[in-house]
Ligand binder design. Sequence first.
Ligand SMILES: *Cc1c(COP(=O)(O)O)cnc(C)c1O
Length: 423
Amino acid sequence: MTWLELDKEYVWHPYNSLPSKTKILPVISTNKTSIFLETGEVLIDAMSSWWSAIHGYNHPKLNDALKKQVEIMPHIMFGGLAHEQASLLSKKLVDLTGLHSIFLCDSGSVSVEVALKTAILYQKAKGLKKYKFLALEHSYHGDTLGAMSVCDPQNSMHSIYGSYMSEHIFTKAPKLGFFSNCEEEIKVLEDNFEKYHKEIAGFIVEPIVQGAGGMRIYNPQYLKKARELCTKYDVLLIADEIATGFGHTGLMFAYEHADIKPDILTIGKGLTGGYMTMAAMITTRNVSEIISNSEIGVLMHGPTFMANPLACSVANASIDLLLESNWQENVKNIESIFSAELKAAKELKLVKDVRNIGAIGIIELKDDSYAQEVQDYCVKNGVWIRPFGKLIYSIVAYTIKEEDLRIIVKTMINAIKNIKEKK
Ligand SMILES: *Cc1c(COP(=O)(O)O)cnc(C)c1O
């Protein structure tokens, strides 16, 4: 069997059947923002590997960091042992966030699990039994059990798991739009805090952009209010910036749009520049001190591969690379190209809404039955797009060439124009 035939026979792909009913493309290599297929085709990458490859692929500085580290120490357990790359990375994260205590773990979903557990420990340390969380409708926080249970219960892909998941409290998500009025949703939030604050350990939110749950951009005022309410009721504010972090919305972290700080932060995806799987759960000094000084005393979690030195070294190189680049200018430039080029989609009959912020451009269709058709058209025309239901979206590396970005948006729009309406 060829390796692609082996894939078809044995390999389960994300959110898929085995064998896959839809086409899986054979990738042989990547470079910058290009994806090279075995068939000889070259695709412009419009997905940056699910928000992660912020510098594009095979960056010489990131490649070097990994090569250097692999000769020194590819891995070492973190229980009872420390290493330089983890310490340096933690200091960088402290400097970037102004927070204090860093737990390095192996994927975004795991960092969300750790965040939820930490919030419960914090409340317990204060003598409170608070085992519920408040979350937003349309939220997405990951695919593991705890993370799934704070994802939107109706719209998420997790509803099939039924009572396997624990039940939490969901509040109305703020209206679409960075400048939209969200007084009504704030009122609902206030009511929920009043009603449930004795049960809820934390309020978990994706700041400014709700990602996989609907690609929804909302008003920073909502976050400001959430911060106030969390402080008032001593409910921890958990910012899930796994998607939005590292500049995707134009600021380093999206919560900066609201000029607030969370009590707990989760980051992942772009952390290693898309090279290796790693995430972090970060808390204020207050949270870690209260837990550490209590009877509980410890954060009961410890993935085998936590703080993997290879991942830490490439994360260090990626953050350095980001900070020494003109990333803010690049993202601003990307934002204005998305704004200008996406306008043409507004007029199309199948389009419900068009929106963008930072390095993220979104076309929402009225119908969710065209995802595959759009993907096929884009691939045929040299662009790697993977729509999700009604959402045709692109998240690009900050290093993308302007002309390639224009091609991406034009191809998205042409793909919609090309749809042969069913019925
Ligand atoms: C992707 C994502 C996660 C899960 O991260 P994984 O690394 O896929 O486990 C959690 N929260 C948000 C907001 C995400 O976008």
